[in-house]
Ligand binder design. Structure first.
Ligand SMILES: Nc1ncnc2c1ncn2[C@@H]1O[C@H](COP(=O)(O)OP(=O)(O)OP(=O)(O)O)[C@@H](O)[C@H]1O
Ligand SMILES: [Mg+2]
Length: 409
């Protein structure tokens, strides 16, 4: 019997990472460098819960990867340390992106509140009003302060409307013994404006913003993990500053910094190298970018996909094009896909959106008296195009249209 095909990879693989878990995004570090100010602020508001009083609601804002979730998990752990038996207060964390219906949010809170298995809210089947009133009873069963964190709260509103916030903010009016205090986390600073005025005034208590991390701050965050994850001699000195510099440019996102470091270590191990170098970070950057862009393309609306498809097809022949070129091609393809044709103005908006996402590059060019138009070019590698061509939307698209050889209309 010959050896398994996997053995060659196992032989080649070099184990550089001593502790893989520490590099995962789900890992909650013991310390959170450069978040002391935010931790102190939240802790000072919430601390009165330990003596049984209701803290003000808090809204936390910040761009992705600025440590909002990590900070609230940290606060939860510290609260538990101060009140291990949860005599006076309990900490409840709900990610609204995962449980994205109002029912789901109440279900999730309820099942963290109750310790009595006979009292569980069923996964489906009850009306919203019934779940709410049972939840009120469950919460009032004891005399406690519940600090409820609603993470990614903006995802919820965009999806389903905001009456859940109305109910949750008025829950204290229905409680006799216990109290509920809310901590909302959002990427979107305009989140409160999207709510009904009633819920808005109730929810808005204290608010604070998590600023993006600077390059040096990201270096500290990475270094702390690298010290545990690697032997010092298996990582080049320049690697951490390099990862931090890239992530600092992308809105100071600590998640990207960690993704880069983890992927670079993975690539080094797969190559059988014993030291992580800048070259591995560079490959990691390419592979992450590819994942991010392909995910973004997959989740575009059908109309945007048609616009992007038009740009991709034209750029197989010409590097640059005008809005008019795109619109002509767009009209052909949208008819073919059976979509209703948008106006050129709308298509121009969709082009701007693709530009903001970094998938294309659109710059305004002036032609004197003849007016202005956009000069458009693709800014992602051509390989991305094959991804879109495999989309079910274009499944019946004739080869002739795809290659632009004949016009259908
Ligand atoms: N100050 C910090 N020290 C150590 N690790 C950090 C720090 N800030 C963030 N991280 C780590 O970076 C990653 C991203 O942080 P986190 O998930 O808290 O971001 P977020 O602000 O919640 O982002 P999103 O808005 O996308 O949910 C996590 O793995 C987290 O542990
Ligand atoms: Mg988060």
């Amino acid at each position: 019997m010959g050896e398994s095909i996997f053995q060659q990879y196992m032989r080649k693989r070099n184990n550089i990472v001593k502790n893989r878990k520490i590099l995962q995004n789900t890992h909650i570090p013991e310390q959170l460098p450069h978040r002391k100010e935010q931790i102190d602020k939240i802790a000072s508001v919430i601390s009165i819960a330990l003596s049984g009083e209701k803290p003000s609601n808090i809204m936390v804002y910040g761009k992705t990867g600025t440590g909002k979730t990590a900070t609230l998990h940290y606060i939860g752990k510290e609260l538990k340390k101060a009140d291990p038996k949860e005599m006076n207060c309990s900490f409840i964390y709900v990610n609204c992106e995962v449980v994205d219906t109002p029912y789901g949010v109440l279900y999730n809170i309820g099942n963290q509140v109750t310790v009595d298995p006979g009292q569980k809210i069923p996964f489906t089947g009850w009306s919203f009003e019934k779940v709410y009133s049972v939840l009120v009873d469950m919460i009032d069963n004891e005399d406690k302060v519940y600090v409820v964190v609603l993470d990614e709260i903006d995802r919820m509103v965009f999806k389903k409307g905001d009456d859940i916030f109305y109910y949750l903010t008025k829950i204290n009016e229905n409680l006799k013994k216990s109290k509920v205090s809310l901590v909302g986390i959002s990427n979107d600073m305009k989140f409160l404006e999207l709510l009904e005025p009633k819920a808005r005034s109730r929810l808005g208590g204290e608010s604070l913003v998590f600023p993006p991390y600077s390059k040096l701050e990201l270096e500290d965050i990475l270094q702390e993990r690298a010290d545990i994850a690697f032997d010092p001699n298996s990582i080049d000195k320049s690697v951490i500053p390099y990862c931090a510099a890239i992530a600092a440019r992308v809105d100071g996102d600590a998640r990207i910094a960690l993704d880069l470091l983890r992927t670079a270590a993975d690539i080094a191990e797969r190559n059988g190298d014993s030291v992580i170098t800048d070259a591995h970070v560079k490959s990691a950057k390419n592979s992450i970018e590819f994942d991010v862009v392909s995910e973004a393309i997959k989740t575009l609306s059908s109309q945007s996909k048609v616009v992007l498809m038009s740009i991709m097809l034209i750029s197989e022949k010409e590097l640059k094009m005008t809005t008019g070129d795109v619109y002509t091609k767009y009209s052909e393809i949208s008819d073919y896909c059976g979509l209703s044709r948008l106006t050129q103005r709308r298509v121009t908006d969709l082009i701007s959106e693709l530009d903001m996402m970094g998938i294309i590059n659109a710059s305004v060019k002036s032609f004197g008296c003849a007016g202005r138009t956009k000069e458009i070019e693709l800014s992602v590698p051509k390989e991305m195009c094959s991804l879109l061509k495999n989309d079910p939307l274009f499944k019946n698209l004739d080869r002739s249209v795809r290659t632009g050889q004949t016009k259908l209309i």
